[in-house]
Ligand binder design. Structure first.
Ligand SMILES: Cc1cc2nc3c(=O)[nH]c(=O)nc-3n(C[C@H](O)[C@H](O)[C@H](O)COP(=O)(O)O)c2cc1C
Length: 181
């Protein structure tokens, strides 16, 4: 298999619903082709806009930069917070702007063609609740020249509750695994 999946977690709690749904989606993927990084542990540093200057990624941001470069597929794993992506996920996107301003990273070139996927969990069953988060990530990824791999949305509030969302758990089995090669 020539695909490598990077799962980026952004929940403010461990062992939650977004993770459980992402794990179900990851089940068909060989363990050696999966990398999991929690954007909250360690926390990402604040983004500083240094334009017209720039700084190279360092610390946990450098680790994510390297993991993204290695990956063919990036899976943003996110609870819905206030109709949006959680702050750590949004913060990573802000760091991408810094990478774009640092030509040595090569980010603008190597990110093109990678697939971006989204897995969310939310409490409110209204199907429009994740729309803004999905639209924001999709538009950002496509602006970067990435390929949109789709979104998988589950419903659950207490940890583990998403396993009762049968439609989401069934969709999870095919979400990432349907076109593996
Ligand atoms: C700060 C915060 C904001 C939330 N905002 C929403 C929301 O706008 N819509 C919603 O349906 N659920 C909202 N929730 C509920 C979570 O999305 C829900 O508990 C989800 O299962 C959490 O995912 P996790 O277990 O992966 O952390 C919010 C929860 C928190 C803690």
């Amino acid at each position: 298999m020539d695909r490598r999946f990077l799962f980026l977690l952004s929940s403010a709690r461990k062992g939650g619903n977004a993770l459980a749904l992402a794990q179900a989606a990851a089940a068909p993927i060989p363990a050696a082709a999966q990398v999991w990084i929690d954007l909250c542990d360690p926390p990402l540093p604040a983004f500083t806009d240094l334009r017209p200057g720039f700084a190279l990624p360092h610390g946990p941001v450098a680790q994510i930069h390297a993991a993204m470069r290695e990956a063919s597929d990036i899976v943003m794993v996110a609870p819905i917070y206030w109709y949006a992506l959680p702050a750590p996920a949004k913060l990573l996107l802000d760091h991408w702007s810094g990478w774009l301003d640092a030509p040595e990273t090569g980010f603008a070139d190597w990110v093109k063609g990678k697939r971006m996927h989204l897995v969310t969990a939310r409490a409110d069953p209204d199907p429009t609740v994740p729309d803004l988060a999905e639209a924001m990530l999709r538009r950002s990824a496509e602006w970067l020249g990435m390929v949109w791999g789709g979104a998988l949305h589950g419903i659950g509030d207490a940890p583990g509750e998403v396993s009762g969302d049968r439609a989401a758990m069934t969709a999870a089995r095919r979400f990432l695994g349907s076109d593996l090669r």
